[in-house]
Design a protein around this ligand. Sequence first.
Ligand SMILES: *Cc1c(COP(=O)(O)O)cnc(C)c1O
Length: 378
Amino acid sequence: MTKLNNIQMVDLQLQYERLKSDIDNGISEVISSAKFINGPTVSNFATNLAKYLNVKHVIPCANGTDALQIALMAAGIEPGDEVITPNFTFIATVEVVALLQAKPVLVDVNPDDFTININELKKLITPKTKAIVPVHLFGQCANMKEIMELAKKHNLLVIEDCAQSIGTDHYWGDKPQKAGTMGDFGCTSFFPSKNLGCYGDGGALYTNDDELASIAKSITNHGSTVKYHHDRIGVNSRLDSIQAAILNVKLKQLDDFNRRRQAAAIFYDHQLGIIEQIETPAKQDFSDHTYHQYTIKVPKGENLKLQAYLKEKGVPAMVYYPIPLHKQKAFEKWTDSREFPVSDELAERVLSLPMHTELKKEELTYICDTIKDYFNGK
Ligand SMILES: *Cc1c(COP(=O)(O)O)cnc(C)c1O
């Protein structure tokens, strides 16, 4: 096999080349208008995204971590409250809970779709529990029907972390609903490598609740709705106009971006599904998958070895996440010495392969053949 040298984990340069003229125009319009902060591009984008998601309110903010923090603040989470989150996720989901001096209650995940284990979750609800933060990990939704039923029964708020799943459909009832629009809040990120990424930092909250929306909006703006009148403690968290201009162009492409990711995933599924040692990503019938990551499982302890082999052959691959939260120093005090066997096992088994909107067939073939060679050589 001839070695391919330019395979990227995420290729944002080629994507920009395809969209260059629209993006460049959007950026220069903002610069000419000099409306850099809270300009019309930002409100346009919020309106466009709300329409796309079929949600009542979209509140842009500075990044996905802020979106989560602002949602918790708007939901009235106070010191000592318990907030249930999965243990296998990006740290931001849990960090903001601790930052507000609430108690993160970590829950192990399902071995197949890596989302929060609802049976385990049930056992951890106490009178102090105020909210659940499910994460729609790698582009696939957690089971929102079960989570919402549980939340209703125990009077809990649900804040969906949909940073990795913008545009994913969840099937529930007669029509699909977008990730992030089923709970009290959805929180997303426009970090460049996300499925809808800008060229810097950005984020947004979604909600169908008018009151929560107005509280969250005021929190993003120093707790203010009328200039220099501050009703509550807030933060300064804005999406800037240049990023909104880029997102306005890219939002129109989001379905196409996600289809391109899905096409690459189908190719991987076919090629890798026949390798005995590999488990390809599980697909749930209640959710689409938009493959923020295409994550395979290999035999225990094999993920780092395969990663090193691939690297030698010019194929980048990443372990998301190598250290589950219960093993992070910062979270030591919140595990109550409970065990998280699934997260522990996943850390030694998962490997995410190159996944983006510009993958060529030649590249996919090379990646799959290289993986086949690795297992054949054993
Ligand atoms: C990226 C990400 C975030 C945080 O988003 P930022 O914009 O980087 O702050 C939160 N949760 C999950 C699951 C993420 O993947």
